[in-house]
Write a protein that binds this ligand. Structure first.
Ligand code: NDP
Length: 328
């Protein structure tokens, strides 16, 4: 069983010395387990994260661990009643190796008559489902809206762009290099394609999004995100799916947008004046809590109109504690 293991933790971009190929015996399945011969590995940027020491949303690999990753394969031996020899399966965590053992958990059968095998690692696999769930459940795209996707020609991004088109959105893809611009427009049907490696990227994105951005599906973070951010329309949605531009940082830079991803935080703005209908509920609940002594209050009261400006500036510098008030 040839395996690729983590030989050392990368600093910045991984280099070949960070990996080592080793050979071990083919494992033997125990009771309830299956032995799978891998036919395909799905490479995912997230593996780079787990090569670092920093905790992300998954435990870091240890030195000597087989590199994490999805695999497609065939069941060679089964001691699990749910799988038969010859079944084609997708193994969520097969790893970069020729064979793996599984207890059936995180293994799904693949219907190879529906689509070619490799499609089960992409469009019909985790990449496609990430796009589907991220866009539809969190991006909430509406017909006619502008959806912007970064890493737009990648496994996830290309699905996002196409699902958004199906939903009747105008779709702008961001990727690196002229060749990918052609893929975006010609292969995936993006309405506009913008090259973030071009010196004129900021301006080009603004032009491509003349009606602003309603949904930004963020796969990359960093500068691309920072340029997209001010173009967001009111009530826009930002879906933080990946932050690949930070994955080579060691340790992953943070706290920052990566935490939004790792901790599954939501990014959503609101302006109170849009929610006036909540006032009766607010007064009822807050009034009750206050009367019950459950609300602690701090105030910084200063006297004299002439203190308004310095108090205001101090407040912006965080020098106040509690509500800043000027008594006249
Ligand atoms: P891709 O197929 O999109 O490959 C990665 C792409 O990222 C590269 O092709 C490259 O395209 C782009 N890229 C690499 N470095 C940078 C950089 N510094 N700045 C901007 N773009 C960069 O991979 P996936 O589709 O598998 O993954 C895309 C994203 O989705 C990743 O961030 C990944 O972690 C995330 N993901 C999240 C999941 C979740 O559950 N939240 C599940 C699966 C994936 P380009 O030419 O455009 O630079």
């Amino acid at each position: 069983n040839r395996q690729i293991i983590l030989a050392s933790r990368p600093t910045g971009l991984p280099c070949p010395e960070n990996f080592r190929m080793i050979e071990s015996s083919v494992p033997v399945p125990g009771e309830g387990e299956v032995l799978i011969r891998h036919t395909h590995l799905g490479l995912a940027p997230a593996a780079r994260l787990q090569m670092g020491e920093a905790a992300s949303y998954r435990a870091p690999m240890k030195i000597g661990d087989v590199i994490y990753g999805q695999a497609l394969g065939t069941v060679l031996k089964s001691r699990n009643p749910l799988y038969r020899e010859g079944d084609v399966v997708m193994i969520q965590d097969g790893g970069w190796q020729e064979y793996s053992i599984s207890d059936g958990h995180a293994v799904t059968k693949v219907e190879s008559d529906i689509a070619p095998l490799t499609v089960w690692l992409g469009a019909l696999g985790t990449s496609g489902m990430t796009a589907y769930v991220g866009l539809l459940d969190f991006g909430l795209p509406q017909m006619g809206e502008t959806v912007v996707v970064s890493a737009a020609s990648g496994a996830v991004g290309s699905m996002v762009g196409q699902i958004a088109r199906i939903k009747g959105c105008r779709v702008v893809g961001i990727a690196g290099g002229q060749e990918k611009m052609t893929h975006l427009r010609r292969d995936f049907g993006y309405d506009a394609a913008v090259d973030y490696k071009d010196a004129a990227f900021d301006e080009a994105l603004r032009e491509a999004c003349s009606a602003g951005i309603d949904v930004y599906f963020d796969n990359v973070g960093g500068h691309v995100r920072d340029v997209a951010w001010p173009l967001m329309n009111r009530n826009g949605r930002i879906v933080v799916c990946g932050q690949i531009s930070e994955y080579n940082d060691s340790p992953a830079s943070g706290p920052g947008w990566f935490d939004i991803l790792a901790r599954r935080l939501s990014v959503r703005g609101f302006i109170l004046s849009d929610h006036a209908n909540r006032r009766p509920d607010f007064l009822r609940d807050m009034g009750a809590w206050y009367r019950e002594g459950r609300i602690a209050i701090r105030e910084e009261v200063q006297e004299g109109l002439d203190l308004a400006v310095p108090a205001f500036i101090a407040m912006l510098q965080g020098k106040n504690s509690g509500k800043a008030i000027i008594k006249l």
